[in-house]
Write a protein that binds this ligand. Structure first.
Ligand code: TLP
Length: 345
């Protein structure tokens, strides 16, 4: 099989040999009984990193978000969320199906909301209206191009939420990237939310796994729903070991991915017809518009594939590329060379 250079997502990484070794050596037990020592160690580790009382291991980022929504709400409640966010757009309508909530969508600037927008979206106490219950935020923001929520804004939003008796859930699938890029410890971000979901299988390079963190009481509730959603796993320390390895060895190196994304954006800016502002590339996600090239995103993706490079069309004229553990600076230069070749034709 042809080896492609794969920029479609940071989810495509494969476990490294030492990570596989850690998985091989993992001590395991039945996690539904709470007896897997490696899962327990991972949960404690993530809770400590995030400064929360507890954390629970789940199979995916989608399940982490949906369990959080479920545990914060009652059917019929309204969730205020950014219009291009992951839980609203890319989780199969799960909020409606699994929690019976409806979303109130607010469009942010590259995914980032103002407090005033949230304030305007809240329902008054009138029996015609749904009950505004939860605010969902995303840091970094995927569709926003890996944008980082400014810490002050998060603090402001959380303060406002508390004053209104609302809960806040933070989709931190790529919180690690936000933390490394901004120099802000993950716990500082986590302090601005009641629950935080994090992924080990994106930039950190583990094959599977996410966690939800929050108060002990909240995580107890999540535990019950995890069973209900079919997310209770057994000797899953074999996977949790990859997560522990990833946190210990792949956290700091995220800055390499960010530097590679910057270089990619700078190279793309020099190409005719591509619209991108490299200053907007804050972490490992690069989104650019190709409308002026006269080709669709899909056509360009097909041509790039012929050159051995995989990229992700994000709508008709937008493309997303993500840097990660399995692409290096040479791969970035190879991709730029392929783009130059395509646009010269
Ligand atoms: N995002 C995937 C796709 O679903 C788009 C990707 O390739 O980026 N929150 C955020 C912010 C995410 O980006 C993702 C995955 C998830 C949650 C869901 O994680 P998984 O795929 O583990 O369910």
């Amino acid at each position: 099989m042809k080896e492609f250079i794969d920029f479609r997502s940071d989810t495509v990484t494969r476990p490294t040999p030492p990570m596989r070794q850690a998985m091989f050596e993992a001590q395991v037990g039945d996690d539904v009984f709470g007896e897997d020592p490696t899962v327990n160690a991972l949960q404690e580790k993530v809770a400590a990193i995030l400064g929360k009382e507890a954390a629970i291991f789940v199979p995916s980022g989608t399940m982490a978000n949906q369990l959080s929504i479920k545990s914060h709400t009652q059917p019929g409640d309204e969730v205020v969320i950014e219009a291009t966010s992951h839980p609203y757009n890319f989780e199969g309508g799960a909020g409606a199906v699994l929690s019976g909530v409806q979303f109130f969508c607010v469009k942010g600037v590259r995914g980032i909301l103002e407090v005033s927008q949230i304030e305007e979206s809240l329902r008054s106490d009138d029996h015609h209206f749904p009950v505004s219950r939860l605010i969902c935020l995303e840091n970094t923001h995927n569709r926003g191009g890996g944008s980082i929520y400014p810490l002050d804004r998060l603090r402001e939003i959380y303060g406002f939420a508390r004053s209104k008796g609302l809960s806040v859930h933070l989709d931190g699938a790529r919180l690690w990237n936000a933390s490394v890029a901004s120099g802000t410890p993950p716990a500082q971000y986590a302090r601005c939310a009641d629950s935080v979901s994090v992924c080990l299988s994106k930039g950190l390079g583990a094959p599977i796994g996410s966690l939800v963190s929050g108060s002990k009481e909240f995580i107890n509730r999540v535990h019950r729903f995890r069973k209900m959603f079919g997310g209770g796993m057994r000797q899953v320390g074999i996977i949790a070991a990859a997560g522990i390895y990833a946190l210990d060895h792949h956290f700091e190196r995220l800055k390499e991915d960010h530097a590679n994304a910057k270089r990619l954006a700078q190279g793309l800016r020099e190409l005719k017809g591509i619209s991108i502002n490299p200053d907007h590339v804050e972490t490992n996600i690069v989104i650019f518009d190709v409308a002026q090239t006269g080709m669709t995103a899909r056509e360009i993706a097909e041509k790039m594939k012929e050159e051995g490079v995989l990229i992700h069309p994000f709508g008709k004229t937008e493309i997303r590329m993500v840097t990660h553990l399995d692409v290096n600076r040479d791969d970035v230069e190879t991709a730029l060379k392929a783009f130059r070749k395509i646009f010269k034709k």
